[in-house]
Design a protein around this ligand. Structure first.
Ligand code: PGA
Length: 248
């Protein structure tokens, strides 16, 4: 049985004051029976890690450098994130792919760095609206996933989490229907099964894209949806916890 995971991607939102008030609010309310994780901006990771120390809520980073260390101005390494007490790193989010031209091979290199630092990579895949309308959804998501499946060892893959985020559903209020999301999740899981059946049975596949309290339960009850990657709704403690509750 895969325990559901509900992760909040804060993107470039927040301030020191907001981080403290949102996390204190999350900690003060009844925790759901699902695992919770937040991805604050880099600058607030150590503040978040301190506030959440000893709590059941984990902290992740939204990206990391593909380099180990050195002359890479502005970059943050996986080892630095580990040093801060971060446990997960989001990789290949569609906003990174779109605005920073991140490629599948960069996502793979980053995943290797994350794993070498003993952190868990959360690899995002997803098709654009044009790709869905052209009937290319399966081809696009499988290509993104295959880059990671082929580049990592079985032991490394055991630590990987995959997030399916249709680009057309991110921040738009349009959500994939539970059936549309399930279809892609099942496809991704079957691609993993070709590598190793046991790996496919244990790997977590999160859905992301306008997941809200009112649509979370129907998505999360699908057999291959193991949790959510929540953007907008994770900035509101009540909404985030309500989605966590829907995952129980
Ligand atoms: P959204 O974002 O929930 O605001 O659509 C999801 C994401 O991009 O991770």
């Amino acid at each position: 049985m895969r325990q559901k995971l509900v992760a909040g991607n804060w993107k470039m939102h927040g301030s020191q004051q907001m981080v403290t008030s949102l996390l204190k609010e999350l900690l003060s309310k009844q925790a759901p029976n699902a695992r919770l994780l937040v991805f604050p901006p880099y600058l607030y990771l150590s503040q978040a890690a301190e506030l959440l120390a000893g709590s059941p809520i984990g902290v992740g980073a939204q990206d990391c450098s593909q380099a180990e260390e050195g002359a890479y101005t502005g970059e943050v390494s996986a080892a630095m994130l580990a040093d801060l007490g971060v446990s997960h790193v989001l990789l290949g989010h569609s906003e990174r792919r779109q605005y920073h031209a991140e490629t599948d091979s960069q996502v793979l290199e980053k995943a290797k760095r994350v794993l070498a630092a003993n952190l868990i990579p959360v690899v995002c895949v997803g098709e654009t609206l044009a790709e869905r309308e052209a009937g290319a959804t399966a081809e696009v998501v499988l290509q993104q996933l295959t880059a990671v499946l082929e580049g990592l060892s079985l032991d490394e893959l055991k630590k990987v989490i995959v997030a399916y985020e249709p680009v057309w559903a991110i921040g738009t209020g349009l959500t994939a229907t539970p059936e549309q999301a399930q279809e892609v999740h099942a496809l991704l899981r079957s691609a993993v099964a070709k590598v190793n059946k046991e790996l496919a049975a244990t790997m977590l596949f999160l859905y992301g894209g306008s997941m809200k309290p009112d649509n979370a339960a129907s998505l999360l009850e699908m057999p291959d949806i193991d949790g959510g990657l929540i953007g907008g709704a994770s900035l509101d403690a009540d909404q985030f916890l309500a989605i966590g509750k829907a995952a129980e």
